[in-house]
Write a protein that binds this ligand. Sequence first.
Ligand code: IRN
Ligand code: FE2
Length: 629
Amino acid sequence: MTAFKHALPASNDILTREPLPASQKTYIPGDIHPDIRVPMRAIQLTNGETVTVYDTSGPYTDPTIEIDVAQGIPAIRKPWIDARQDTEAYDGRIIDPKDNGYTNRSQMETAIAGASSLMRQPLRAKTGQNVTQLHYARQGIITPEMEFIAIRENQRRELTRRYLNDAEREHRLKGEHFGANLPEDITPEFVRDEVAAGRAVIPCNINHPESEPMIIGRNFLVKVNANIGNSATTSSIAEEVEKMVWSTRWGADTVMDLSTGKNIHTTRDWILRNSPVPIGTVPIYQALEKVNGVAEDLTWEIFRDTLIEQAEQGVDYFTIHAGVLLRYVPMTTKRVTGIVSRGGSIMAKWCIAHHQESFLYTHFEDICEIMKQYDVSFSLGDGLRPGSLADANDEAQLAELETLGELTKIAWKHDVQVIIEGPGHVPMHMIKENMDKQLEYCHEAPFYTLGPLTTDIAPGYDHITSGIGAAMIGWFGTAMLCYVTPKEHLGLPNRDDVKEGLITYKLAAHAADVAKGHPGARARDDALSKARFEFRWEDQFNLGLDPEKARAFHDETLPRDSAKVAHFCSMCGPKFCSMKISQEVRDYAEQQGLSHQKAVEQGMAEMSQTFKENGSEVYVNVEDITLSS
Ligand code: IRN
Ligand code: FE2
């Protein structure tokens, strides 16, 4: 056994626990299930109002909750899972022998003293039971998870004040939202119905009771996933956990742990026990490690054991590239960028080497049997996604998509939840076609796309090339967006890149939510615009996706504190701010009892006069400003 020294529990201090500026965690109780407490972030404005927004950051931003990473965060779903009485605890046996050489759980627990508290006895479905949310939904059961989601997505809107305005209502009636069909009130029954129809999934493994329920479906808010991976040298629990905490702080709805190499089992335990969001993985990566990176040596048995190992730990969804068929591989030979998916290329290699269909495809029903014992959702991988505009929507991509549709039906037969992964690189004019084909081939199972990047010419800016595609495909019906950072194609993202990627994807997702007419989505835009118009700078910063950056940019040109309340912005200076002029016109017309038109004429004449008196300079020195009014 190799020595592996953990500095345990390292320091909890490196966890980012500061609430966002002017923000406070509030909890909304359930009706059907009164013990539910749905977390929201209430932003306190300077005018006394509060704006409540969706919050993915979990207990980390609640200063009243003590967190010790060596213990894990509170298991809020545990009582709900236990109450269903369809699970049993058992001795989880499967430990990755590559993980520091441990071959059983107790060996590992002794070796990693202090972390043993994180290792729980796993649960699985009792014999003959199926514990998926899809299974419950189809029996007409509204689970606490479903009610939690309804509230999160804006039921009980009297408590969050996220109402539709008239313009939104009209927009929704016009049906300009590409087949999205959102009710004005998102009820638990609506959530149940969408899950039962397969149009939405709730990724929530029974072994991840720490997660706050969320939903992925096109009739709900568009979600964002962030990918994280382990560092070459794992030094402490807290450091690994912090990557996940950092992602959820900036809005990651789910996090995928794409760790490879050493200690992946242990690292995954740490992340899961401390994660308030669902965790996804690509199990073939770990399986490949077990055969020393030789794809041809992979077997069904090794893959199956890896699935069980990760399901016991609590992974909520698995990317499985089961749609890469032997006959599709030759379709990629004439491509500009061939096969760009890591999992896709592993499976293509296996198929060619054995000249057989992959075990992912031939054992698909066996995989379903595992998934339904833990409620792990499928994320059917796009192993043949296009890696360049030239390859978009080509034969290989669409052939695989059809197979994913076929596999969706099989998973649904087992009441196993499914989402479908999508590209990649797709020019704007081909995005709608891709989305429509996905809905058609995959029977409306939720789409989960990587961007898509709308042009290939901007390495270093691919969060933007892909953010454009993400906003479009989100509007057209994609349910979850896999973020892309500025380092895409170039290197590993650091902390700043992760934040940049997330903010970019949150704005893309939100733009899509507004366009789809998600009830209450625009409330935040309206509040921010109002703050901007009324020169409430603090509120403008705090309502934004990135308050720190907004404040820093503003302070760059107007660093004095007084500037934050002054009635001008640095763009036009004090005397030429269009916002100020129009505000003045309103006040002026009211005071003088003038019509709007008259007031404009008179006001403009006065502005013209003032302009001349001040020396007819278009740009004025910030330092010359007198803050008289
Ligand atoms: C998302 C949509 N299409 C691909 N993805 C993500 O890419 C997927 O969820 C996972 O995080 C990663 C898998 O990459 P490969 O193995 O397909 O390259
Ligand atoms: Fe790419």
